[in-house]
Design a protein around this ligand. Structure first.
Ligand code: BG6
Length: 524
């Protein structure tokens, strides 16, 4: 009983069961691996993503002294005319975004490590000149480019001897930013082209959800927990919900978003990545992660149109860049099942939408019953309904709710706290490939979702309209049982219980452990 009370108050520590599990989690999350490349070439250096995310994240790594010693950052774009003008424009953009103090000494030092290069992919001479300037060392090429030019950019890099399947070019890394095609056909054709021209083992597909603190902690829980693995299946789990609701609307990205929609923008990449991590079998090695994720996605059963809800917020079609009368969805919910022995019969519900009440990205696992040893540890009845809630955003956390209790769960809490782009850029530089998507996963995800999009199109049905600021379109509640929905709409009720006076004091060791992780990101 004393043990049960202590656990309920201090939380479950999801400890690794074996040395193999510990080593798997370590190799997925290990940050410093091979010492880094000689060059990091950022194509699209004058673009929006570069100033919003990539330069501020690289600056953060530079400020923390985490980039390799002789790191050379080459900012490449066809629009660069001079080093001075490029740096001046970059300074203005990142300063106006309010992300970085560009007046600081650190920023000045960072600027010194940047070399601005005009590179024109349509001009062979220009790509060859870049190769000469990079010299013989290993390079990472990061393509922060519009998807329409991906194919030709990879061709130009290949023809210029910068990426390849053999020889020194095969040692270079190619990082691709999503979207990886806008449908199955495009994804396959891009996949084929990249596989023909580059060394697939060195191709990293960026999905920033794989760099989120809570997603890494989810992996630590999945692959390294004695308590949860035995009940991670249809015998114990009733349903799984994965969602990302945003308060922001399309925010001036009309022309991009209208061609994209919630399904391609969020479900195809971010949510399918999270689903695959929740549902996959544990791989034996980190290098098998991508295959294991693709394998479970391939088992997803066809999704019926009646198991989907599409919504569009009021006023969307009047936004700049959006076609009048557009049928693009800004909200989508869908229910599916995974046809394998572990998950047969367990519904997986996904939802994502814009202009909703609040930012809320989550994984919610509802148990039919708890595994008796876990229930004993918690001091609750094994047949009492329980939910494991992994909050990805706005504040990462993991909790097990059972009855009136909320039990915090610790897994992977020793991970350094980093913003997703910062983590993934470091992983690309350091050669940790576990946090990137592989070709097979991307194509498997399209295989599931492409037919749904085609059915929507064929039916000619328009998305339902919802008012900005609602929790979710009313029609979507049909995919969710009301008891669970009520809980989801009132997350504030699930508070960690107050610690009574009699609570045992924390040991010095426990205090030290907690102090190492900033409170905001601590998963308890
Ligand atoms: C991007 C989408 O991939 O993720 C955006 O293109 C979305 O539409 C963004 O707003 C959300 O990211 P986060 O990290 O805020 O959940």
């Amino acid at each position: 009983m004393v043990v049960a009370v202590a656990i309920a108050l201090w939380g479950i520590h999801a400890a690794p069961a074996s040395a193999e599990q510990r080593s798997l989690v370590d190799s997925i999350t290990q940050e410093h691996q091979h010492g880094g490349p000689a060059n990091f070439v950022l194509f699209g250096a004058t673009g929006d993503l570069a100033s919003r995310m990539l330069f501020p994240s690289l600056f953060e790594l530079h400020r923390k002294g985490e980039l390799p010693k002789d790191f050379r950052l080459v900012a490449a774009s066809v629009d660069i005319t001079s080093q001075r003008d490029f740096l001046r424009d970059l300074r203005t953009k990142v300063r106006d975004l309010g992300k970085v103090d560009t007046g600081s000494l650190e920023w000045k030092r960072f600027e010194k490590s940047i070399v601005g290069e005009r590179v024109d992919f349509t001009d062979k001479k220009s790509v060859r000149a870049l190769k000469t300037r990079l010299g013989g060392g290993e390079s990472v090429f990061y393509l922060a480019l519009p998807p329409a030019v991906f194919g030709s950019a990879v061709e130009a890099l290949h023809d210029g001897g910068l990426v390849g399947r053999s020889g020194p070019a095969a040692r270079n890394t190619l990082v691709l930013e999503k979207p990886f095609g806008r449908n199955l056909q495009e994804a396959r054709s891009l996949g084929r082209k990249v596989a023909k021209l580059a060394n697939e083992a060195k191709v990293l597909r960026m999905d920033h959800y794989l760099g989120k603190q809570a997603v890494l902690q989810l992996m630590a829980l999945r692959f390294g927990s004695r308590q949860f693995e035995p009940m991670w299946n249809r015998d114990y789990i009733e349903r799984v919900e994965i969602g990302a609701r945003e308060q922001l609307d399309i925010q001036g990205r009309g022309s991009f978003y209208d061609q994209t929609g919630a399904m391609k923008d969020f479900v195809q990449g971010h949510l399918m990545q999270v689903l695959s991590i929740v549902a996959m079998d544990t791989p034996t090695e980190a290098s098998e992660l991508g295959q294991a994720k693709a394998a479970v996605v391939r088992k997803i059963k066809p999704i019926r149109p009646s198991a989907t809800v599409r919504g569009q917020y009021q006023g969307y079609a009047q936004s700049t860049g959006v076609q009048k009368g557009s049928a693009t969805e800004t909200y989508v919910a869908l229910r599916t099942e995974i046809g394998n022995p572990r998950w047969e019969g367990v519904p997986f519900v996904l939802e994502s939408g814009k202009a909703l009440a609040a930012k809320d990205s989550y994984v919610r696992v509802t148990f039919k019953k708890l595994e008796p040893s876990v229930a004993r540890q918690l001091g609750v009845a094994a047949d009492r309904p329980a939910q494991l809630v992994i909050r990805i955003d706005p504040q990462p956390s993991m909790e097990l709710h059972s009855g009136q209790r909320s039990i915090p769960i610790t897994a992977g809490s020793q991970l350094p706290v980093r913003a997703p782009y910062e983590r993934l850029l470091l992983a690309a530089v350091e050669g940790n490939h576990s946090l990137f998507a592989k070709r097979g996963e991307v194509e498997a995800s399209w295989e599931v979702l492409d037919p749904v999009e085609r059915q929507w199109k064929q039916s000619g049905q328009r998305p339902i309209t919802y008012a900005k600021g609602v929790a979710r379109p009313r029609a979507a509640t049909s995919l969710l049982p009301s008891r669970l929905l009520k809980q989801r709409l009132a997350p504030a009720r699930f508070k960690v219980p107050r610690r009574p006076q009699t609570t045992p004091r924390r040991s010095k060791h426990q205090k030290l452990q907690r102090a190492r992780v900033p409170a905001r990101a601590r998963l308890r």
